[in-house]
Design a protein around this ligand. Structure first.
Ligand code: 10D
Ligand code: SF4
Length: 316
């Protein structure tokens, strides 16, 4: 032990990092490169993490934002966040080979949206404006069939054409607590509103939030490893802050602010669903160089979720 180093206890949340949908989406890109050969185009970041995207670029993936940026005759993968129906339709029209890496739990919400519209119900969708998952889910239904609600205030003021013929759905990566508040308002204002048969907020999102809650009170500060455009990672920062713990989102160890750690004896660490474990180890190693660290993992639940690969890629 180096006596000049300050003691720092690390409470590492579990579960953290990759979920089954992210694992599957990354594997799909790798298998598509194996099957078709490089380059394989990917519409939008496959998951919201620069390290992951850069690693796949090295293997031959090319990331673009729209289908128009994909040249004719090359395969394209749609990101884990899902796409509006118009995107695969356009790909088919152009004769493009495509693989859909939309997480099955996002696709489930897509199907629920279609079903509500078939039943003639209007949909209140709880989510964050312009997030790709929200754009994708809105793109499953005709224009005007769905109304976006982002906050409890929105839920208080939203105007619905037929309040007795209404259902709600949500984005998969929301704050569980904020969403409960929003749903409470909707239920008060629209007592006949139909709820989804099962939770739309996914197991990975709620498990990672629970894991943060379990350690937050014991931490003087918390680091969340994830990208600024990662909805589920941003929610983890909010959850920690709501528990009264100062929290920061970082993408890499180099972003750790040494001064911010001044006076911190116990530091919480977690990672969003799109952040690989290698980045958690990078952060721990960075801290170990500067502090006399003690690591402790606090596991709130063990995840066993595994999603099947799309047909045609399992054999690749
Ligand atoms: O922003 P986000 O949390 O929706 O996406 P990210 O790529 O960070 O994590 C995976 C979650 C997905 C694909 C949406 F469910
Ligand atoms: Fe799927 Fe949930 Fe992971 Fe999103 S966060 S990719 S919905 S498992």
């Amino acid at each position: 032990m180096n006596d000049s180093k300050t003691a720092l206890t690390l409470l590492i949340a579990a579960p953290r990092g990759f979920c089954a949908g992210v694992d599957r989406a990354i594997r799909i890109v790798e298998l598509a490169i194996e099957k078709y050969g490089a380059p394989v185009y990917v519409r939008h970041e496959i998951v919201h993490n620069r390290y992951v995207v850069d690693a796949l670029k090295e293997q031959g993936a090319i990331f673009v934002e729209t289908l128009e940026d994909v040249p004719d005759g090359v395969p394209v993968v749609f990101s884990a966040h899902g796409v509006p129906k118009a995107v695969p339709a356009k790909a088919e029209e152009r004769g493009l080979e495509y693989v859909d890496a939309t997480c099955p739990l996002v696709s489930k919400v897509h199907r629920q949206a279609e079903r509500l519209v078939e039943k003639g119900q209007h949909i209140v969708f709880i989510g964050h404006r312009d997030h790709p998952e929200v754009v994708g889910t809105f793109g499953q239904v005709p224009p005007g069939a769905m109304t976006l609600v982002e906050t409890a205030q929105d839920a208080e003021s939203v105007e619905i054409p037929d309040a007795d013929n209404l259902g709600f759905l949500t984005q998969t990566t929301l704050s569980v607590d904020d969403t409960i508040e929003i749903i409470d308002v909707l239920r008060r204002r629209f007592p006949n509103i139909n709820a989804p048969r099962s939770e739309d907020i996914c197991y990975a999102t709620s498990n990672r939030q629970d894991a943060v809650k379990a350690i937050a009170a014991s931490c003087d500060a918390m680091l969340v490893i994830g990208a600024p455009n990662s909805s589920n990672s941003l929610r983890l920062v909010e959850v920690a802050e709501r528990e009264g713990t100062s929290a920061r989102l970082i993408q890499r160890a180099t972003e750790i602010d040494f001064e911010w750690l001044d006076g911190v004896a116990t530091l919480g660490i977690t990672a969003g669903a799109s952040a690989p474990e290698i980045l958690v180890r990078e952060v721990v190693d960075w801290l170990a160089e500067r502090f006399d660290i003690t690591e402790r993992e606090v596991e709130t639940t063990r995840e066993k979720m595994l999603f099947k690969l799309p047909r045609g890629l399992e054999a690749a």
